[in-house]
Design a protein around this ligand. Structure first.
Ligand SMILES: Cc1ncc(COP(=O)(O)O)c(C=O)c1O
Length: 460
């Protein structure tokens, strides 16, 4: 990795330092006010009990002066860490010019489109169209589903167990998280969930070959005149399931899904909201598997420093929807375009994807070592810098959410922020900035190792 990128990632805050009980007094006050005034639907601060004041590179400081390594990075948004100075500068340059542009063409938007197209595989660059959506991943998922329904005239959608695509009605309907749908009547009908490859607990049976079994089941059902479902408008999948517990789909499964969907003329939507924009080690995760999707959904890291933006990139042949088919007031955030242009330039210049691959492999190997040391770790897995370890009760092999919560807490108290996900929240998830340094990564892995050891000791 270049010295330039190293310096930028860690500038300012250099090491974790927790000097109060958590939450510290300042954070406790803000958390209490939040509790009184904000919705019960809030999530992260319930377990990560801090009130952040500033973030620099891979580090975040709370209002009490505690410093944490931030491997949550705004749920995967902050690909270049917090406050990357060159991205900030680019956004500041745009600020006095134009901030909000609806869907008018502007110079910075044009640059943004060129930057995004330049990151696609060569064969996609000239046949891709871009829809700018409302600025969330869920909104772009809604748009992608509408696009495919309109283009095919069909109504059903095939989605996968373990998936997460967002919290609006249709996005939630194609997401597998049952609890979120509880009490919400009439989400989008016509969604069929199929098993997704998962060596530990695929619903067609565990094992490394679960990908082929999932593929066979999907293909048989779609081709069977008595299979029970009509030809769908789309198949939607995450190449690496994120919220579902960091589960990368194997290549044979993805190649097979692409073959079947092409043979049956079903548009394939890949949701790259979380695993895209470099997180997996290539710009989009699907590139590693030799497939070309019909539709890509991207968001999170696109805006460089967390500027909100979401896109649907799709094959021109699907572009038959009418003007106004998917509108929204916030489709033209010029600051997000400026941030996104700067981020792509930095990622290319500093060879950030090399860093993701190199440090991703190193981190995964270290997590695999932890798995050999601790019976409570059933599996370490990941792709690039999207990493997870699944904790189980060693006696039963069942997901151990209490242990995961305890490790997350012990890590926080030592200065490392990590997220939970997967079945019963038993997967510890690491989403470091893509320009994280080996030094920061080592600090984080050391903390994680201590946290695991503490929880293992207390449960033995
Ligand atoms: C894969 C995936 N798709 C879609 C979404 C929804 O994005 P948003 O929260 O911006 O609506 C998420 C959010 O975590 C995600 O991980």
């Amino acid at each position: 990795m270049s010295a330039v990128a190293t310096r930028k990632s860690d500038a300012g805050l250099q090491a974790p330092r927790v000097r109060t009980a958590l939450p510290g007094p300042g954070s406790a006050k803000l958390l209490a006010r939040q509790n009184e005034r904000e919705s019960n639907a809030r999530t992260y601060p319930r377990r990560l009990t801090i009130a952040p004041r500033r973030g620099v590179g891979s580090y975040i400081e709370d209002v009490d002066g505690n410093i944490f390594i931030d491997f949550l990075t705004g749920a995967g948004v902050l690909a270049l860490g917090h406050s990357h100075p060159e991205v900030i500068e680019a956004v500041q340059r745009q600020l006095p010019l134009l901030t909000h542009g609806l869907d008018f063409p502007t110079e910075i938007k044009d640059e943004f489109i060129s930057a995004q197209l330049s990151m696609l595989p060569a064969e996609m660059q000239t046949r891709t169209k871009i829809a700018f959506c409302g600025p969330t991943g869920a909104n772009a998922i809604e748009a992608a589903l509408k696009l495919c329904k309109i283009a095919t005239g069909r109504s059903e959608i095939v989605a996968f167990q373990g998936s997460f695509h967002g919290s609006t009605h249709a996005a939630m309907a194609v997401s597998s998280l049952v609890s979120q749908r509880e009490g919400v009547a009439n989400t989008m009908p016509g969604v069929q969930f199929f098993p997704y490859p998962y060596a530990l607990r695929c619903s067609l049976g565990a094992g490394e070959d679960s990908g082929m079994r999932c593929l066979e089941y999907l293909e048989r059902t779609l081709r069977d005149p008595l299979g029970g479902i009509s030809l769908p408008a789309a198949v939607i999948l995450e190449v690496v399931q994120g919220e579902g517990g960091v589960i990368p789909a194997p290549t044979d499964f993805l190649l097979g899904v692409r073959r079947v969907t092409r043979e049956l003329d079903i548009p394939l939507i890949v949701d790259e909201v979380q695993c895209g924009c470099g997180r997996s080690g290539t710009w989009f995760a699907f590139e590693q598997h030799g497939i070309i999707p019909d539709v890509i959904v991207a968001s999170k890291a696109l805006g460089g420093i967390g500027m909100p933006i979401a896109l649907v990139l799709y094959d021109k042949r699907l572009d038959v929807w009418k003007p106004g088919a998917h509108i929204g007031t916030f489709r033209g955030n010029q600051l997000a375009f400026a941030g996104g242009v700067a981020a792509v330039a930095i990622i290319k210049r500093d060879r950030i994807l090399d860093n993701v691959r190199e440090l991703g492999e190193y981190a995964l190997a270290t997590l695999e070592e932890f798995a050999r040391e601790h019976a409570m770790i059933a599996e370490a897995r990941g792709s690039g810098l999207m990493l997870g370890i699944e904790l189980v009760d060693p006696a039963t092999g069942e997901p151990d959410s209490a242990a995961a919560i305890a490790v997350q807490r012990a890590a926080l108290e030592r200065g490392l922020i990590i997220e939970l996900g997967g079945r019963h929240d038993a997967v510890l998830r690491l989403l470091p900035p893509l320009n994280v340094t080996r030094r920061t990564l080592d600090q984080a892995l050391e903390i994680l190792q201590d946290a695991l050891a503490e929880v293992a000791r207390s449960s033995s």
